[in-house]
Design a binder for this molecule. Structure first.
Ligand code: AMP
Length: 468
C-alpha cells in the first residue's frame, strides 16, 4: 500500500472512530445518560453488589489470607462454581439444611443435575481424588477464595451468594495440623482488627458419635413436647443438629442434654486435649462448647467456629467454622485420607470490620496520595494522561480529577486531602515539555522537564516516607 493510501486509510479510520466516540462536552463535564425512574432489573433476593467503598475491607482480608497462605505454605486451588449436585448431596448429607433446603439446583443443557456450590470442601475432596493428589508428598495444603450459593432465607449477614476464604489440609492427622487451621483463621480475623474467640468441640469418630446419638435420641424423645417443630423432626432426621438450634424454647432441653465429650474414646480425647494445649501455647482464646456439632455430615473429631465479641453470638454472627473430615475422601471413592479445613464468611468479616470502624476504631490505615495532578485545559489533559501512565509502577500514589476544571478547585482538593505535592500542567508547560511541582507545605514551586518528573518525584516522596 502506498504511503498516501495508508494516510488516507488512517484518516478514514480516524473519522469513523470520531463518529462512534461518545461526545464529551468540555463545558458540561461528563455527558450523563438520563436515568430511568424505575429499575426493571432489581437484584435477586439475597444477592448483593460489592461497591468500591467496601474495597478496602475486602482487599485487606484478601491480602492477609494470601500472605498467611504463603507463609504457612498453602497453594491456591480454584474449583468450579457449578458441580454435580450429587457431590454435595452425598457429602454434606441429606437431612442437613444446606442439602434439604438451600441448594441452587438445576438441570444443565445436557439434562445433568447440577448445582451452584454451597461450599468448597466437597469440591476440593473431589479435586484431590481426580488429580491424584494423594500420590504427591502429603499433606496437601490448599486455600481458596470464592463465591458460594445457598438459597436460604435472607437476613442480616445471611446472603444467597457470599464469599468464603478457606483453607484445607489433606493427608495428615496430628493435633498440630488442627491447631494450625485454627491459628490461620484466628490470624486472618485478628490481623483485620477483629478479636475473636474460637468455640471448640470434638464430635469423635463415627462409631463414638453413633453411640452418643442413640442416647441423645432417647433423651430428646423424652423431651419432645418442649422442642420447636423443626427440632421435633430433627430428632430422627439429624439428631445432633438439635444441639445447634437457636430457638429460645429449645435451650433448656439442650442445656440438660448428654454431652458428646463423655462418649469419646481415649484416642479422640487425647487428640482433642492436645489441640487445646497447642491453642494455650499459641495464645488463641477458645471456649469449650459441648453442643457445637456443625451442620454437615462429613465432620468428625475437632469442630470449631469463630465468633466476635461476647454478646454478638446470635445465629448470624459466626464468622467462620470448620473441622476434621477424615472419612470424606474415602467415602467419595478415594484412599483413606485424614483431612481438616475451615472457611470464613468474608461478608461477615467485612461487616464486623465496618462495625468496629463505626464505633471509632481505625482498622485500616489508608495510604494518602503523594502527588495530586492538576491541569488546565484540554491539551494539558491529553499530556497529563500520558504522564499519569508513566507514573504506573513507580510506587508513588497519585490523585487526579479530569473533570474538575478550575485550577483553584483542584488545588483545594489537594489541600483537603493533605497531599504533599501538586503537579501542575497548563498550556505553557505543554508547549515547553515541562511541569510545575508545588510543595504544598512551603508553597515553593519548581519547573521540571516532563521526561524527568517520575524520578524527581520518586526522590521527594522517598524523603517524606523516610521522615514519616
Ligand atoms: P459454614 O461452613 O456453613 O459454617 O460457613 C462458614 C461461614 O460462612 C459461616 O461461619 C459464615 O460466616 C459464612 N456463611 C455461611 N452461610 C452464609 C450466608 N448465607 N451468608 C453469608 N455468610 C454465610
Amino acid at each position: 500500500m502506498s504511503a498516501k493510501k495508508k494516510e488516507e486509510n488512517t484518516k478514514i479510520k480516524k473519522n469513523k472512530n470520531t463518529a462512534k466516540t461518545p461526545v464529551i462536552d468540555d463545558t458540561k463535564k461528563i455527558v450523563k445518560k438520563s436515568g430511568s425512574k424505575t429499575n426493571k432489573y432489581d437484584l435477586l433476593r439475597g444477592m448483593h453488589d460489592i461497591l468500591p467503598a467496601d474495597e478496602k475491607y475486602w482487599k485487606s482480608i484478601y491480602n492477609t489470607t494470601t500472605s498467611l497462605a504463603e507463609h504457612f505454605l498453602y497453594g491456591r486451588i480454584e474449583t468450579p462454581v457449578v458441580e454435580l449436585s450429587n457431590l454435595f448431596i452425598r457429602s454434606v448429607g441429606k437431612g442437613t439444611d444446606i442439602v434439604d433446603k438451600e441448594m441452587y439446583l438445576f438441570e444443565d443443557n445436557d439434562g445433568k443435575k447440577v448445582c451452584l456450590r454451597p461450599e468448597a470442601t466437597a469440591s476440593i475432596a473431589r479435586a484431590y481424588i481426580n488429580h491424584g493428589l494423594w500420590n504427591k508428598p502429603q499433606p496437601i495444603k490448599l486455600w481458596y477464595w470464592g463465591p458460594m450459593f445457598r438459597h436460604d432465607r435472607p437476613q442480616a449477614g445471611r446472603y444467597r451468594q457470599f464469599f468464603h476464604a478457606g483453607f484445607e489440609n489433606l493427608g495428615a492427622i496430628d493435633p498440630s495440623v488442627d491447631a494450625e487451621m485454627i491459628l490461620l483463621a484466628y490470624n486472618i480475623l485478628f490481623k483485620n482488627g477483629i478479636e475473636t474467640i474460637v468455640h471448640v468441640n470434638s464430635i469423635g469418630t463415627p462409631e463414638e458419635r453413633e453411640r452418643y446419638r442413640a442416647d441423645l435420641v432417647t433423651y430428646l424423645r423424652s423431651k419432645r413436647s418442649y422442642l420447636c417443630d423443626d427440632c421435633k423432626t430433627r430428632i430422627n432426621k439429624n439428631t445432633l443438629r438439635v444441639l445447634d438450634c437457636k430457638q429460645e424454647q429449645c435451650q433448656p432441653v439442650i442445656e440438660e442434654a448428654p454431652q458428646i465429650l463423655d462418649w469419646l474414646g481415649e484416642i479422640s480425647k487425647k487428640h482433642f486435649m492436645t489441640v487445646l494445649e497447642y491453642l494455650d501455647e499459641l495464645g488463641v482464646p477458645y471456649m469449650l462448647k459441648p453442643n457445637l456439632v456443625r451442620g454437615l455430615d462429613y465432620y468428625n473429631g475437632l469442630v470449631f467456629e469463630f465468633y466476635g465479641q461476647v454478646g454478638e453470638e446470635g445465629a448470624q454472627s459466626a464468622l467462620g467454622g470448620g473441622g476434621r473430615y477424615d472419612y470424606l475422601i474415602e467415602s467419595m471413592g478415594g484412599q483413606p485420607t485424614p483431612a481438616i479445613g475451615f472457611s470464613l464468611g468474608v461478608e461477615r468479616v467485612v461487616n464486623a470490620m465496618k462495625k468496629k470502624e463505626e464505633s471509632g476504631e481505625k482498622i485500616i490505615k489508608e495510604k494518602l496520595p503523594d502527588v495530586y495532578f492538576a491541569h488546565l485545559g484540554v491539551d494539558a489533559r491529553r499530556v497529563l494522561l500520558r504522564i499519569i501512565n508513566e507514573f504506573y509502577g513507580s510506587g508513588i500514589k497519585i490523585s487526579f480529577n479530569f473533570f474538575k476544571e478550575s485550577l483553584k478547585s483542584q488545588l483545594e482538593s489537594a489541600n483537603k486531602h493533605k497531599v504533599p505535592y501538586v503537579l501542575i500542567l497548563g498550556q505553557k508547560e505543554v508547549q515547553d515539555g515541562t511541569v510545575i511541582v508545588r510543595d504544598m507545605e512551603s508553597g515553593e514551586q519548581e519547573i521540571i522537564d516532563q521526561k524527568k518528573i517520575v524520578k524527581f518525584l520518586a526522590k521527594k516522596v522517598e524523603m517524606i516516607n523516610k521522615v514519616d
